[in-house]
Design a protein. Structure first.
Length: 442
């Protein structure tokens, strides 16, 4: 009988704990619901399946969940994408027969008189810009708001790939013009790769004009059977991280509660960050694969006699970019094709932008191999751009276009933008094009 009060007290305590746990769960779940709504502008429990969207977003930042190497060696361009990679059948998107992610095969021939063909050249930022356009029609719809394009069917062709840098854009343009590809306008978005990736070439003692060592080295290494143990180890770690990313994405898809979704999303973001870090380590290890003289290699990549000091290296990078850009403009001008050139914004080039806490934590890495290259190389490109502008080239610096927004605009620690950043870039490019076209008519 004496135990009855004790039992009652225990039951009351357990009930109190249960009530508190339930209230805590309700509060946390409510906060998670609010967090989801703020980020996705929809109610969590009525959401559609998100797995494909998440995978697409990760792939656009360079996180490849399938094959580690989706590029293939190309005799003229250095490398292109493997046919079948990143296919999205519901949109008609695929890597075409020429190795570019596109809605169309090349050369594309006009089907209607009012079709206006715009070719985009550059690296991953340009590639992402076009991929976004294929899905959202963001850029073409902005252009069609202006009378000049109101009655035009805008056809956007993608000639960009991740890691491309001059003179690759120039060579690709020449090649497709030779094949008979017609353009009404060409847009080149570049700048980052020309200094950041060329700098990696220099440090690896690979000729600056060659394709990015970051991209070409794994391909030539496999062909030549010369990958180092360190590079292989990096590939294994990257593969393991990708396995964890796949598992996390599957869990995210099956979350029934907003709390589960929030916690899993945080893990996904952390793993994506680890993937980016592993890529940086991989890039450093790749340099060791260039230590041999390469005399017996099947694939020939010209090596520099020595690593240039930074001053000479960045001057040479800027000069190559200048000459390549000028030649693209001259080539197109003779054919009466409009040419527009944009230097992309990047988080490592100092502007008046105030980074968000998320950007500071995830997307601006102090020891990034790109940081010093951008700070040294961008001022030279911007100076050369002024020289090109004096030659009446339509060249624009977009380095400051993200400064006036207080929201997060970057989505990785390299150079890519989220939807807000994409919108700002599309606004700037479309308005700049219209402004120059109207000037030329006066």
């Amino acid at each position: 009988m004496k135990d009855i009060p004790l039992i009652k007290k225990s039951k009351n305590l357990l009930s109190l704990i249960a009530v508190n746990l339930a209230l805590t769960f309700v509060c946390v779940e409510s906060l998670s619901l609010a967090f989801y709504f703020i980020n996705h502008k929809m109610f969590f429990y009525t959401r559609s399946k998100t797995q494909e969207q998440v995978i697409t977003e990760l792939e656009r930042t360079g996180v490849r969940l399938d094959e580690s190497i989706v590029e293939r060696l190309h005799p003229f361009f250095g490398y292109v994408l493997k046919q079948g990679a990143f296919t999205k059948e519901e949109l008609g998107l695929k890597v075409n027969s020429q190795g570019f992610f596109s809605l169309y095969d090349y050369p594309f021939v006009k089907q209607k008189e009012n079709q206006f063909i715009i070719g985009f050249f550059g690296g991953s930022v340009s590639n992402n810009f076009v991929n976004d356009e294929y899905v959202t029609k963001r850029f073409s719809e902005k252009l069609k708001k202006f009378p000049e394009f109101a009655n035009q069917e805008i056809i956007v062709l993608n000639f960009a790939n991740g890691g491309y840098k001059q003179p690759q854009q120039l060579l690709i343009l020449n090649y497709f013009l030779a094949l008979g590809q017609k353009f009404d306008m060409v847009v080149n978005i570049d700048g980052f790769n020309e200094v950041a990736l060329s700098n990696l070439n220099n440090k690896s003692q690979v000729d600056l004009g060659m394709p990015s060592v970051q991209h070409i080295q794994p391909l030539t290494g496999l062909a030549n059977n010369s990958l180092s143990l360190e590079v292989m180890s990096s590939i294994v770690k990257i593969s393991e991280t990708k396995k964890q990313l796949k598992e996390t994405i599957n869990k995210l898809e099956n979350c029934q509660l907003a709390l589960c979704y929030s916690l899993t999303s945080l893990r996904l973001k952390r793993l994506a960050g680890e993937y980016q870090q592993e890529i940086i380590i991989y890039d450093r290890n790749v340099k060791q694969s260039n230590a041999t003289d390469g005399k017996n290699n099947i694939v020939y990549i010209p090596k520099a006699k020595s690593i240039l000091d930074d001053g000479k290296a960045f001057e040479k990078m800027a000069a190559t970019w200048y000459e390549s850009s000028l030649m693209m403009r001259q080539l197109l001008a003779k054919r009466k094709i409009s040419y527009f050139h944009f230097i992309q914004p990047n988080q490592y080039y100092p502007t008046k932008r105030v980074f968000t806490e998320e950007e500071k934590r995830l997307y601006v890495i102090s020891d990034s191999p790109y940081s010093s290259a951008i700070k040294r190389g961008y001022p030279l490109l911007l100076s050369k751009a002024e020289d090109l502008r004096k030659l009446n080239m339509n060249i624009f610096s977009a380095v400051n276009i993200l400064d006036n927004t207080k929201e997060t605009v970057y989505k990785d620690a390299c150079c890519h933008y989220n939807e807000i950043g994409d919108e700002l870039l599309a606004n700037y490019i479309s308005s700049s094009i219209i402004q120059e076209l109207r000037k030329s008519k006066k």
